[in-house]
Design a protein around this ligand. Structure first.
Ligand SMILES: [Zn+2]
Length: 628
C-alpha cells in the first residue's frame, strides 16, 4: 500500500529529475575528494598528541589554559567535520563497503581524541571553581570557554576521588547489561506471533508489523493484532522485567555512588534541568486528563464506535490528504509558515533551500527517514526521503527548524558552544510544525482538509504529551520503587503500567477500555532503558506551543510587536552558551510552572472545538474517516 502511494505521488512531480544536482547534497563542499577527507582526518589525528603536552599544567596559567583549550577544540571541530562527512556519505548509500569503512575510521579518530583528552576534565575539576574564575578574569580569550568550564566545575560535589572514579569507570560495560539483554531478546529471540487478517493475509507481528497493523482500518483486525501481540509479550514479562530491573539497578548504583538524592536528579543534572520540571509535567498531565478524555470521545464519535478501546487509538480518524506536493510547493509552504519568525529567518532558509542544504529523494541504499546536521562554518544539511505526501512537507518544516537552529547558533557562537542541548532541540523543530499546521489551516478550502490538519495535530498532541508523559511517569515510579528497595519484576511492572494506562485513558470512567493484557506494553518500550529521556518529547512540544502562540499573537496585535519572536531567536542563537532551562525561561517559557502546559491544553481544546463544530455542521452521526 505504501509502495503504491509512493509511485502515485512520484508521478505528481515526474518533471523533477532525481538526478538534478539541485535536489542533492554536494559533499564536495566539505572535502573536494575522498583523498582530501583522508588527509584531513590524518592531519587531525596527527595533532592529537599535542594535547598531552598540557597534562599536569593545564590550569597553571590563563595562557596555558587558553592554548590547550584552543588546541583541543580545534581538533574536535576538524574531527567533527570528518565524521559528519563520513556519516552523510554513508547515509547516501549504505550498501557501499568503503563508506562503512570511512565511518568506522572517523569513529576511531574520535575515540583517540577522547582517550587522549580524558585527563582534562579531572584536572579542571581539581583546580576548582575559584581558580577557574580567576583565570577567566585574567584573560578575555577564555570568555568563549566560560560555559563549558562552568559545566565541568559544577560537577565537583558528584565527582569521586581518582581511585573511585576508576572503579566506577570499570562498571560501564556491566551497567548496560539490562538493555543489551532486552535488545537481543526482542530483536532476535522473541517468537513473534502470526495472525490472519480479514483480507486473508498472513502476517508475522514483529515490532514493525505491529506498528503498521495496529492502525488497521478494520476493527476486527486491530483487535486480533493487539490480542496476539500482547498475549505474546505477556509470556515473557518475567524475563523482560528482570532485564529492566537490571537497568534501573544500574541507575540506582550510579546515583548512590555519586551522591544524588534520586535517579531522576542524577539524570537531569547532566543538562542542569531542575527536577521540578519533570514532576510539574506529571502533575500537569494529571490535572488535564479531562482534555485527553475529550479527545478520546471525539475520536470515538469520528470513528462511529459504540465503545472505544485502547486498540482503536492508532486507526486514522480522518481521510488522508489526497493532494500531493512537489518539492517547490513544500518549500513555498514552509517559507510561508515561518513568516511569523521574521524576514531574516525566512530569507536565510529560502536561500538554504536553493543552496544544497537538502538531499531530497529516496533511492536504493539511501538511509530512510529524515534528519538535520551541520558542518560548522559551512551550512546545515538535511536528509529527506520526499515523495510528495503532506507528512513529508511537515517533516521539511520540522527539519528546517533544526537546520535554522544550527545555523543561527553556528553564526553567533564560537565552536565550543555552537551545539545545542536536547532539551531545546525539539522546541525549534516542533515550533515550525506548529506554524505550518496553522498556515495550512488558513489556506484550507474544504472541511475534509481542515479535519485532516486538525486531526493530525490532535494525534500528535495525544502521542507526544500524554503518551510520552505516561512513559515519563512510569519511569519515575519504577525508579522510586527500586530506591525503596522494592525489586522490579514482570508482575509488579505490569500491574503498575496497567494502573497508569487505565487512569490516563479513563478506563474506570468508561471512556476507553484498556484490557488486562495491554498491561504488558511497558515491556515493548525501549525508552525505559534510556535514563529519563522521553519527558523531553513532551516538554519540547509544550514549550513550542507556548512560544508559537505568543509569536503569532504579537504579530497580529495592534500595534504589532516582535519582542517574543526576538527572544525566541535569541535563544536559538545562544547554542549551548547557557543552560537549556534558563534559555527557555528567558525566551518566556518557564518549564517549572504550569503556564506552558496550560497553553498547550488551550491549543488542544481549541482544536477539538474546531473539529466538533465541523462534525456538528455535518450532522452528529456522520463519521468522516475510517469506517468502524
Ligand atoms: Zn527533530
Amino acid at each position: 500500500m505504501i509502495r503504491v502511494a509512493v509511485l502515485a505521488s512520484m508521478l505528481a512531480f515526474a518533471d523533477v529529475s532525481a538526478a538534478d544536482p539541485k535536489y542533492a547534497w554536494n559533499l564536495g563542499e566539505l572535502y573536494p575528494t575522498e583523498a582530501a577527507w583522508v588527509a584531513a582526518k590524518d592531519a587531525a589525528v596527527a595533532d592529537i598528541p599535542k594535547i598531552a603536552s598540557c597534562r599536569g599544567k593545564l590550569t597553571t596559567s590563563a595562557a596555558t589554559l587558553v592554548g590547550c583549550l584552543e588546541t583541543y577544540f580545534d581538533i574536535d571541530r576538524r574531527l567533527t567535520q570528518v565524521n559528519v562527512y563520513a556519516s552523510m556519505n554513508y547515509d547516501l548509500d549504505t550498501r557501499v563497503g568503503r563508506a562503512q569503512q570511512m565511518q568506522e575510521q572517523g569513529r576511531q579518530a574520535r575515540i583517540a581524541l577522547s582517550s587522549a583528552s580524558a585527563w582534562m576534565r579531572p584536572e579542571i575539576l581539581a583546580a576548582g571553581r575559584d581558580k577557574i574564575q580567576a583565570l577567566e578574569a585574567a584573560d578575555p580569550r577564555l570568555t568563549p570557554y566560560k560555559q563549558p568550564l562552568l559545566d565541568i566545575v559544577r560537577r565537583a560535589p558528584h565527582t569521586l576521588d581518582a581511585e573511585s572514579e576508576r572503579l566506577v569507570a570499570e562498571t560501564a560495560t556491566m551497567s548496560n547489561a539490562g538493555q543489551a539483554i532486552r535488545d537481543v531478546f526482542v530483536n532476535a529471540d522473541l517468537p513473534y506471533p502470526k495472525v490472519k487478517l480479514a483480507n486473508g493475509e498472513d502476517v508475522t507481528l514483529d515490532a514493525a508489523a505491529y506498528t503498521k497493523y495496529r492502525a488497521a482500518i478494520d476493527r476486527e483486525d486491530r483487535l486480533k493484532v493487539f490480542t496476539a501481540f500482547w498475549a505474546r509479550y505477556n509470556e515473557f514479562t518475567r524475563t523482560l522485567g528482570t532485564a529492566l530491573n537490571a537497568q534501573v539497578q544500574a541507575h540506582e548504583f550510579s546515583r548512590k555512588v555519586r551522591k544524588f538524592d534520586s535517579s531522576l536528579a542524577a539524570s537531569l543534572f547532566g543538562d542542569n534541568v531542575p527536577t521540578v520540571v519533570y514532576t510539574q509535567l506529571i502533575a500537569d498531565i494529571h490535572a488535564n486528563l479531562p482534555t485527553l478524555h475529550r479527545y478520546l470521545s471525539l475520536r470515538q464519535r469520528m470513528m462511529g464506535l459504540d465503545k472505544l478501546g485502547y486498540e482503536d487509538l492508532y486507526a486514522p480518524i480522518v481521510k488522508r490528504y489526497e493532494r500531493t506536493f512537489t518539492p517547490e510547493q513544500a518549500k513555498a509552504l514552509t517559507l510561508e509558515a515561518v513568516a511569523a519568525l521574521g524576514k531574516e529567518y525566512q530569507e536565510i532558509l529560502g536561500k538554504g533551500f536553493e543552496s544544497g542544504w537538502i538531499d531530497w529523494f529516496p533511492r536504493t541504499g539511501k538511509r530512510s527517514g529524515a534528519y538535520s546536521t551541520i558542518a560548522y562554518g559551512i551550512h546545515p544539511f538535511q536528509l529527506q526521503n520526499f515523495t510528495g505526501l503532506y507528512d513529508e512537507v511537515s517533516t521539511l518544516a520540522h527539519e528546517s527548524g533544526h537546520s535554522m537552529h544550527s545555523l543561527l547558533a553556528d553564526r553567533a557562537q564560537p565552536y565550543a558552544t555552537h551545539d545545542y542541548p536536547i532539551f531545546v532541540a525539539e522546541v525549534a523543530s516542533t515550533l515550525n510544525e506548529n506554524l505550518l499546521v496553522n498556515a495550512m489551516l488558513q489556506k484550507a478550502t474544504t472541511d475534509d482538509e481542515r479535519l485532516f490538519l486538525l486531526g493530525s495535530h490532535l494525534d500528535s498532541l495525544r502521542t507526544t504529551l500524554f503518551r510520552q508523559g505516561l512513559f515519563a511517569e512510569f519511569e519515575l515510579r519504577i525508579h522510586e520503587m527500586a530506591a525503596q528497595g522494592e525489586p522490579l519484576n514482570g508482575e509488579n511492572l505490569t500491574a503498575l503500567y496497567l494502573k497508569l494506562v487505565r487512569e490516563y485513558y479513563g478506563h474506570d470512567k468508561g471512556i476507553c477500555e484498556v484490557k488486562d493484557a495491554y498491561g504488558a506494553e511497558w515491556a515493548y518500550i525501549p525508552h525505559f532503558y534510556y535514563d529519563f529521556y522521553v519527558y523531553q518529547y513532551a516538554t519540547s512540544v509544550i514549550a513550542s506551543v507556548k512560544l508559537a502562540d505568543g509569536i503569532r499573537a504579537e504579530a497580529v496585535a495592534k500595534p504589532p510587536s516582535t519582542a517574543k519572536r526576538d527572544a525566541y531567536l535569541k535563544m536559538l542563537a545562544a547554542g549551548s552558551s547557557r543552560y537549556a532551562y534558563d534559555m527557555l525561561k528567558e525566551a518566556g517559557v518557564d518549564m517549572a510552572t504550569s503556564a506552558p502546559f496550560e497553553a498547550a491544553m488551550r491549543d488542544m481544546n481549541r482544536t477539538i472545538d474546531a473539529m466538533e463544530s465541523i462534525l456538528d455542521k455535518r450532522g452528529a452521526k456522520a463519521p468522516a474517516g475510517g469506517k468502524p
